[in-house]
Design a protein around this ligand. Structure first.
Ligand SMILES: Cc1ncc(COP(=O)(O)O)c(C=O)c1O
Length: 410
């Protein structure tokens, strides 16, 4: 496509956008289980209003738009309090989990170099850790070493102990991980790292805005936040179970000085004046900051607990329903609303079942080790449980051969 010589009438432009969009997944109908975390019309209205109010501003210069500076500080403050960050903690808002994780890895690399003289650093992360860690290792020049998983799909602490050495710059645990929805042994991993002066990161991108409310619902939640000693940094994504529109994750540092010394970037050696930034981006959209602030303030703790309750009930009904469709079986013991299920019968290919669900308009991410279909449940999924299970039953019965790898992207 080339830039049109003359502008096209706006209604024609939007007719074309709408035509293209009609081919996208129907997430509003609860037919997707990743990428978007639908929480209902009231939350949507808050997000739209906040986005609209800050569509044009730029969060690069906090002096020009002080409202953005104070809202970012508030979002970090509220998230730190929620996750029991210690006195003296610091943090910033980033564009998403991948950026938060990248900055945590970069910070740990700097610390290891300054404090322990590590020149060829290693990132030690469970095999189930999000690819953002492999990406960060690639970007920032660390060797990426994987901790194998135990039979319960959690990081194997004894294996981690064997792998940790003087080159280790960062140890990672997920709370929970994406593939299986289980929480790694955070206290044991944090102790392994901190006893050796090594940084430890909790990837709570998925759980940061769900596990605290799960706990308030009276559900068992393994230790994962700053109440565990030895955590250096923690990522929690407002644009996942915080229900914000995309572009908002919080990276928390137990020690504000480390954030300043190892993450912040300040530069003045050019004619354009002082340039400073906390995260990767230069110019930054303002809307995610306002949307994160607005959704957190308007929901409050009671709003989040109510939404967590809906997601929990839908999760339970789905998991019980899946258990009633042999040979399907939920993998491991997922802690919250993220889980996957496999087939226990080699003659029933779960990938073929996934294809059958695609044909019925449901979009489930595929994964391996073992082959399984993945689900992340949001509050609005409470409306689709019965239809989903009826189609799943049918898809198991009438499945053909698996079509192949096209849909394996997650
Ligand atoms: C556990 C976990 N960590 C990190 C990320 C990366 O987050 P983002 O996609 O916002 O970069 C994800 C994304 O799904 C995730 O599930």
């Amino acid at each position: 496509m080339e830039l049109p010589r003359e502008g096209i009438p706006v209604d024609e432009v939007f007719a074309e956008i709408r035509r293209r969009k009609s081919e996208d997944a129907d997430w509003r109908g609860g037919r997707t289980f990743s990428l978007i975390y639908p929480a209902g019309a009231e939350v949507d209205a808050v997000l739209k209003a906040a986005n609209d109010l800050y569509l044009f501003e730029n969060a690069l210069n906090p002096l020009r738009f002080p409202s953005l500076r104070t809202m970012e500080r508030d979002v970090v403050g509220m998230t730190g309090a929620l996750l029991n960050a210690p006195d003296g903690f610091g943090g910033c808002l980033t564009s998403g989990g991948t950026e938060s994780i990248g900055l945590a890895v970069k910070t740990a690399r700097e610390r290891a170099r300054k404090e322990r003289g590590v020149s060829d650093p290693v990132l030690l992360a469970p095999r189930s850790a999000h690819p953002a860690f492999a990406k960060a290792a690639h970007y920032f020049g660390l060797e990426h070493v994987q901790i194998p998983l135990g039979a319960d799909f959690r990081a194997d602490v004894e294996a981690a102990e064997r792998l940790i050495d003087e080159r280790t710059a960062l140890v990672v645990g997920s709370a929970p991980n994406y593939p299986h929805g289980v929480v790694d042994p955070i206290p044991e991993l944090a102790a392994l790292a901190s006893e050796r002066g090594i940084a430890f990161h909790v990837d709570s991108c998925l759980g940061g805005f769900m596990l605290p409310f799960w706990e308030r619902l009276g559900e068992p939640v393994p230790p994962f936040d700053f109440r565990v000693p030895g955590i250096s940094t923690l990522s929690a994504d407002v644009h996942k179970y915080g229900y914000c529109t995309k572009g908002a994750s919080v990276l928390l540092h137990a020690d504000r000085d480390s954030l300043q010394a190892n993450q912040a970037f300040l530069y003045s050696d050019w004619p354009g004046g002082i340039y400073g930034s906390m995260a990767m981006a230069g110019a930054r959209p303002a809307a995610p900051i306002a949307a994160a602030w607005a959704v957190m303030r308007s929901l409050g703790e009671s709003g989040y607990v109510a939404l967590a309750g809906r997601a929990r009930d839908a999760t339970r009904r789905l998991q019980e329903g899946i258990a009633g469709i042999p040979p399907l079986r939920v993998l491991a013991e997922p802690v919250m609303s993220v889980f996957s299920f496999r087939s226990e019968d080699p003659d029933v290919d779960v990938m073929a079942v996934g294809d059958g669900m695609d044909d019925r308009g449901w979009h489930l991410d595929r994964q391996g080790e073992p082959d399984a279909l993945h689900m992340m449940i949001s509050p609005e999924h409470d409306a689709i449980v019965d239809d989903f299970l009826a189609d799943l039953r049918d898809a198991v019965k009438t499945r053909g051969p698996a079509r192949g790898v096209e849909a394996r992207y997650s």
